[in-house]
Design a binder for this molecule. Sequence first.
Ligand code: FES
Length: 579
Amino acid sequence: MNFSVRFLPSGKVVTVSGGTILDAAILAGIAVDAPCGGKGTCGKCLVSVDGIPEKVRACATPVDRDMVVTTAEAEGHRILTGAAGRAFEVDSPLKRVNVRVAKSKPGDNRSEWRKLTDTVSEKTGITKFNPNPELAGTLYDKFAVLAGDGEAILLLDDIIDLRAPSERLCAAAFDIGTTTIVCYLLDVESGEELAVASILNPQSKYGADVIQRSNYVLEMQENGGDAYALRDAVRSALNTLVAEAARDAGITPDDIYAAAIVGNTCMHHLYLGLSPASLVHSPYNPAFSEPLVLKAEGVLDINPLGRILMLPNIAGFVGADTVGVMLAADFESLDKLTLAVDIGTNGEMVLADSTRAAACSTAAGPAFEGAKITCGMRGAVGAIDHITVSGGKVEYSVIGGGEAKGICGSGLLDAVSELLAAGVIMPSGAFDTDEFPDRFFTYENQPAFRISDEVFLTQRDVREVQLAKGALAAGIELLAKHLEVKISDIESVLIAGAFGNYMLPSSACGIGLIPAELSDRISHIGNAAGEGSKMAMLSKNEWVKAGRMAAATDFVELAADPDFQDCYVDNLIFPGDDD
Ligand code: FES
């Protein structure tokens, strides 16, 4: 029996013959928060269903009738799409060349392909093209239809199409994050951004982090299940985004001839349908890291003759998104010792100067993404995003105003930092319940500090922050050790990513996530990974540079570093008097 599920406020309707509301949401392209991967343990996938007074868990509620479902997506997730761009010359690997090619005259015995390449060579000076038999097979007819007046579309050294002269030449640039996916639609000649579209990563149904998602795929491979479910989910999300961006810009996906993609190594592998087996087993190597150009047909719904440019990975979990950050921050031309930190569900860091670069990755993010925190939520309407504690008062701001429903990463960071400064949290991480005694109560056998009527911080939540902070701070220390520099030598700290963008440097330094001595050297660079993706799509130089930088960056495998464990444990302690 089929049931129809209407999602509000988007109005999207899907027809299903069973499964859960979460399954239906994924089918509709609506991402519902599901940090536990639909196991029913996190309680974060709450939705409202017509006829049911209380909110229900989407992953545990079957679709057994026609229903209207209102999701949290409706409440405006804060997805970061902007970035502090640097200047670069627009000279895209995607180009067009006007050509006049007519039907062959008697005596001209060149192949149709050769006629086209001769003409393009004359115009561009490029003398060698990769053979493209599929295109060659269409040229006889195209020459007749175009009556000699056409434009050849080039991607690097490939001629990928011959079409009638058109108004624009477009491409897309994607940033596939573990949590969110962003698509930028670009005019590759002017460099203009024509549209931006974003969505929560629908793979979240299968797990909050890269390890859970990889394990899901491996389990499916082993049990003969659908090992490509995550590949299909992310591909369909990219198709939805590119269609939406094209619609907004008033073009069709057929007008888009190329797309650049960045993502961490796991996202890269899952998008390509590569097994993540080598990533989750020691020594945690990617299956493939090199820059890659592949045909779009059957993979991404742009022009079927188009191409996808996958930026290279570095190693381990340090992927093309980090290369994107390095492009955006111009790491090849650094004149200062610079640390870039991208805090998402994973934390990736690169420390570099003009001659050397080292990168590492830490499993840091779930706490700052709202997972594993009792009142945690993503940065969306209703989330407490900033807190101050002073003069015996706790004050906070809520995204979108109104009643606080939970706390997001930046609020959590502020809460711990402010409570630490006020003596409510001790450097060991334990609460001192003598401070603000009227705000303390017991929740699941542990002390909890009330921030608002609905929102509180438990002892376990503080421990989660310590684990994340310990891993990130240890990563920074070990990168410095690898380059044989002191922390105080770091002249610039660039914070990328959504959480980082909203994080207050004073709070990050307050809890020791970033060393306090660097507090006056911190700047935010927005969604730098996405910016790097755009740069690679708009500049051949940047695309080539991405490959060079990835190959020249040392990978520091923290788990294999003999100092990591000690360094991590030392960094679990918050800064304070009894340091
Ligand atoms: S409880 Fe439903 S996804 Fe976690």
